[in-house]
Ligand binder design. Structure first.
Ligand code: 1HN
Length: 370
């Protein structure tokens, strides 16, 4: 080993490495240790953003930035501290494959319509009365609703109601960026006008239960909005039975025409952890972004305790050991890149092998200084 190190550090090798650079050539022997790990070693780190901070910053943004003035959404996104160095074009995503943000829209505001090759989802955290207009369908939003804007469809938001609304956005921006697949286009007018009745797909699909007989093979995901009361009813039904040892009572939002995830690249789940529930620890190749919709508790990620409560966001990077504990009945929304891992046939999962499936807490999370 020492001999090998000596060889790689020798002048003749170092000089050669530098020399071929001018031809835009690289020495594999230098790169391979960084590229080929025994197992995933994500640069993204586990991280927690508290609602207090998010809310305060959205309120400040409310004073200085309006979509009408800037023409963009009032969204503040989660920059994973571990990815800041790696993405030198000036931004950092939330996990390697996903972007997530909180977005605030005020009564009377309009977020202009546009379309792009990224898939998007929204989870409604607070408020009601605004709508997303997706390919001519106005989807009115209420707390706890889950919405998708599939890639390539026009979408914009407007708020005819009277209370501020805050939601979580999640898009596969880093994934599409890394394969240079971005197309983006603004709608010719500020906002698209309705071309079908309001909440059309929810009504035609009874929220996902059935499909109209004329709609056997829809080209795009046929359902735009998944209502909270229906999700809650599903979780209540499920919670009469045994919880999953890792995730409690969890359901996944699906495309009712094919049973796949509602977005082809981003899975979305709602899970209920009953008061006192302590899951076993496991890890998987996909990363997860959690939003605490209701309740409080903590998660242990790679031995570090993260205390969370309503409104907080928690990121679990790929292949990190994690387990959850609920102090009260808690509802966690999550978005993950599970379908991306599955499409590459890379999905793997394993339970924590020691200590009856529980990690030992070695530290408590503290926000990192910039
Ligand atoms: C987008 O279309 C929305 O529609 C939110 O609300 C965030 C971030 C990057 C690119 C497109 C939205 C976005 C986005």
């Amino acid at each position: 080993m020492a001999e090998k190190m000596e060889f790689f550090e020798s002048k003749i090798v170092q000089d050669f490495n530098r020399e071929i650079e001018q031809y835009h050539l690289g020495p594999l022997w230098n790169a391979i240790p960084d590229l080929m790990h025994k197992q995933p070693t994500p640069a993204a780190v586990p991280y927690l953003w508290k609602w207090e901070t998010l809310h305060a910053k959205l309120m400040e943004a409310r004073e200085i930035f309006t979509p009408d003035r800037g023409g963009e959404r009032r969204a503040i996104y989660f920059q994973n501290p571990g990815l800041k160095q790696r993405q030198p074009w000036g931004w950092a995503s939330t996990t390697h494959s996903l972007y997530a943000a909180v977005q605030l829209i005020l009564p009377g505001e309009t977020a202009p319509s546009h379309r792009h090759t990224q898939s998007a989802l929204r989870f409604i955290m607070e408020g009601e009365g605004a709508y997303s207009i997706v390919q001519g369908e106005r989807l009115f939003m209420e707390e706890g609703d889950f919405l998708i804007t599939p890639k390539g469809l026009w979408h914009g938001h407007a708020h005819p109601g009277d209370t501020p609304m805050i939601w979580m956005d999640c898009l596969d921006i880093p994934t599409i960026y890394s394969i240079a697949g971005t197309f983006y286009e603004n709608y010719p007018k500020k906002i698209e006008q309705p071309s079908v009745p309001d909440n059309y797909t929810s009504q035609r699909y009874a929220g996902g239960l059935v499909r109209p007989i004329s709609d056997r093979y829809p080209k795009v995901a046929p359902l735009g909005s998944y209502k909270w009361l229906q999700t809650l009813a599903a979780l209540e039904g499920l919670s009469r039975f045994e919880p999953d040892p890792y995730d409690g009572f969890a359901v996944e939002y699906i495309n009712p025409s094919n049973g796949h995830t509602a977005n082809p690249t981003i899975a979305a789940w709602m899970q209920k952890l009953p008061s006192g529930f302590h899951s076993k620890a496991h890890r998987h190749t996909n990363s997860v972004i959690y939003q605490v919709f209701k309740g409080s508790g903590y998660s242990i990620v790679n031995g570090v305790r993260f205390d969370w409560s309503k409104g907080d966001f928690l990121v679990i990077p790929n292949w990190a050991w994690h387990e959850h504990v609920a102090n009260e009945d808690s509802f966690l929304f999550s978005a993950s890149d599970l379908p991306i891992m599955e499409k590459f046939d890379l999905q793997q999962e394993e339970g924590y092998p020691e200590n009856a499936g529980h990690q030992i807490v070695t530290d408590e999370f503290k926000p990192l200084l910039p």
